[in-house]
Each structure stands twice: as structure tokens, then as C-alpha cells.
Design a protein around this ligand. Structure first.
Ligand SMILES: [Zn+2]
Length: 94
């Protein structure tokens, strides 16, 4: 199998998948069997495993977390427009 994005070589691996919950918080699922492109990092997960992830996302109240991570967050809007920089959208388009 070749990568659909870039045509690179894909390898079987155990990877992690980031999902966003309805409240905007993130869940990371680790140890997902997948194939991943060596070149661009595109992940291909089999139907069985994406179904499993979907299932777990639906029963979020009963999920058991192995670990909690704190993640750095940068709010570009607050740091730029929030400080009176109204040219941001113009410059982002460059
Ligand atoms: Zn690729």
C-alpha cells in the first residue's frame, strides 16, 4: 500500500490518535494499530479500530484514563487581535 496523500511508503505501527470531545477537550488514544506514511505522517486506521474509537468517544463518562497530560495552548487571537492587531487576518493570508 502507498500513501494516498504523497505516494510514500507506509509502515505498520502502533500510533496515537487525537480526538476532540464535544466540550472542546482532547482525548489521545494510544496504542492504535495503524499504517503510517514514512514521508508525510498520514495515518491509516482500519475500520475496526476507528469504530472502536468512535464507540469509546460515545461512552466518555465511563472511560478509564491511563494518564493525564498537560498540553501547552497558544491562543493566537488573544495574543494578536486581542492586543489590537487587526492586520492579523490580512497577514495570515500571505
Ligand atoms: Zn504520505
Amino acid at each position: 500500500m502507498k500513501c494516498f496523500e504523497c505516494g510514500g511508503e507506509v509502515l505498520k505501527t502502533l500510533g496515537s490518535v487525537k480526538m476532540t470531545r464535544s466540550d472542546g477537550s482532547l482525548i489521545i488514544f494510544k496504542g492504535i494499530p495503524m499504517t503510517q506514511c514514512r514521508q508525510c505522517g498520514e495515518q491509516y486506521i482500519s475500520g475496526k479500530w476507528s469504530e472502536k474509537i468512535g464507540e469509546l468517544m460515545r461512552q466518555k463518562e465511563t472511560l478509564v484514563f491511563e494518564e493525564m497530560l498537560s498540553v501547552p495552548v497558544i491562543n493566537l487571537y488573544q495574543q494578536t487581535i486581542g492586543k489590537g492587531d487587526s492586520d492579523l487576518t490580512k497577514r495570515m493570508a500571505d
